[in-house]
Design a protein around this ligand. Structure first.
Ligand SMILES: [Fe+2]
Length: 148
């Protein structure tokens, strides 16, 4: 597969079906998609500049911040411990992918980096639909009860 083939593959993007209707979480989820877009853009320019590394650092920090937010909300919403634990394990898979991407980016391999960005993007969107969505109602009830 040559690089033009890789880049012509349609990328999965954000649409409102990914909304969980928890403003704080939705905002963070959208930010990830914007980060993936920026990473793809910088990577496709073959631009192994500080910009790319800055955004990879941001992805790393934002991942930590976002997963911490979600896990805390689940805990506050009294989701059972075993379910929080299994959700955390899924988050750890993504954290590992970000670490692998960070290492791979140093090789300046545009095709490999793009494949990894697309993998993270798909993983993230699938995770929202299959996992985060399961806890959205519990979190919404918790947040509503707090604001009453
Ligand atoms: Fe999650």
């Amino acid at each position: 597969m040559d690089s033009s083939e890789t880049f012509s593959k349609p990328v999965q993007s954000w649409d409102d079906s990914y909304l969980l209707h928890i403003p704080m979480i939705d905002k963070q989820h959208k930010r990830f998609i914007m980060l993936f877009d920026t990473l793809s853009e910088l990577n496709s320019q073959g631009d192994a500049s500080n910009h790319l590394y800055e955004f990879i650092d941001e992805l790393e920090k934002y991942t930590h911040c976002h997963f911490t937010t979600e896990e805390k909300l689940m805990s506050d919403a009294l989701v059972v411990e075993s379910e929080i634990r299994s959700h955390q394990l899924q988050h750890q898979v993504f954290v590992k992918k970000v670490e692998e991407f960070k290492v791979a980016s140093r090789y300046n391999n545009v095709v490999l980096s793009e494949q990894m960005i697309q993998f993270m993007r798909k993983w993230f969107l699938m995770h929202i639909k299959l996992t985060d969505s399961k806890y959205a109602d519990a979190i919404k009830s918790y947040l509503n009860s707090k604001s009453e």
